[in-house]
Design a protein around this ligand. Structure first.
Ligand SMILES: [Ca+2]
Length: 300
């Protein structure tokens, strides 16, 4: 460094100051400018949940990785939306983010959509977006951070991976409500009818990730004769795989003809796979029915 002698003192003073400033700046960016840093966090309006947003730069970068250069207008809209989110004007941020959803369909944007919905108290919609982001990339950190903030509620993204029987495989779709997968479709009047009168009837449900399960709920108003309604059920959970590692958790007796029958566990259990065995029905010799099986828990 060629510094005139009379300025040498300045090097000793200025260098540490500059070094300290460099150390502080990333934090300032993270907290204050939606253009830089990876994430920023705000407190929701409806709940006191902390929600974490991805910054515009992350969305731009993820789009680039998929071979897409986001148009300047999209980047500008994103920037505006995130500034609104930072000032907790979430309701105004939602339409802006949704307006660019198709053009910037990357995990970081899906996370931000989930985050604005979570901030306004719409946990169901928030969970759908976070799960969608994680479906694109299971390693994506921000949606997972957000999911862990959400108190126990219906698990979103559970899917049926195995079942013992369903009313004639070809006909189950035609009759709109006889297929096994309809026990997870959220509709109390659409569900499963067995292929026969045998027991047990078994369902294996895979959760999108590990959850801490606190309760279950059943819709059990049969569409056919009311004595087809499921009666005694038992529940197993596994952390290993869909086909092994199960331990029994609890048994319940369902009422016939009732929807939203809740059963709370004495203590929450960790689970990635859940096996539901139906052991009996209300007397029908040929068929058994169950309309909905809801799993309530929180991401660990
Ligand atoms: Ca259903």
């Amino acid at each position: 460094m060629n510094v005139p002698k009379k300025w040498w003192w300045l090097v000793g003073v200025a260098v540490p100051i500059v070094a300290a400033a460099i150390a502080i700046v990333p934090d300032l960016i993270r907290n204050g400018d939606t253009g830089g840093g990876d994430t920023f966090t705000v407190i929701g309006t409806q709940s006191n949940t902390k929600v974490t947003f991805n910054n515009v730069s992350v969305i731009v970068e993820q789009a680039k990785q998929t071979g897409e250069e986001l148009p300047q207008s999209v980047v500008e809209t994103l920037r505006q939306a995130l500034k609104l989110a930072q000032s907790r004007k979430f309701d105004q941020a939602i339409p802006l983010l949704e307006s660019v959803e198709d053009e910037a369909l990357v995990p970081a944007l899906l996370n931000n959509l989930g985050a604005v919905y979570l901030a306004t108290g719409n946990q169901e919609k928030a969970k759908q977006y976070f799960e969608q982001a994680l479906a694109y990339n299971p390693e994506e950190e921000t949606p997972l951070i957000n999911l862990k903030q959400i108190p126990p509620g219906p698990v979103v993204g559970a899917r049926l991976v195995n079942f013992s029987s369903q009313y004639s495989d070809d006909d189950c779709y035609r009759y709109q409500g006889f297929c096994a997968e309809y026990i997870l479709d959220g509709k109390p009047n659409k569900g499963w009818v067995s292929a026969d009168g045998k027991f047990p009837q078994t369902f294996v449900v895979e959760l999108p990730r590990e959850f801490l399960i606190s309760s279950f709920s059943f819709d059990n108003a049969a569409r056919g004769e009311e004595d087809r309604a499921a009666k005694d059920v038992e529940i197993y959970v596994s952390l290993e795989a869909a086909h092994l590692g199960y331990r029994e958790i609890d048994t319940f007796t369902l009422k016939k003809g009732e929807i939203a029958q809740g059963f709370k566990l004495a203590s929450s259990v960790r689970a990635r796979w859940i096996k539901l065995n139906i052991l009996s029905n209300y007397g029908n010799a040929n068929y058994t029915e169950l309309m909905e099986f809801r799993i309530v828990g929180q991401v660990r």
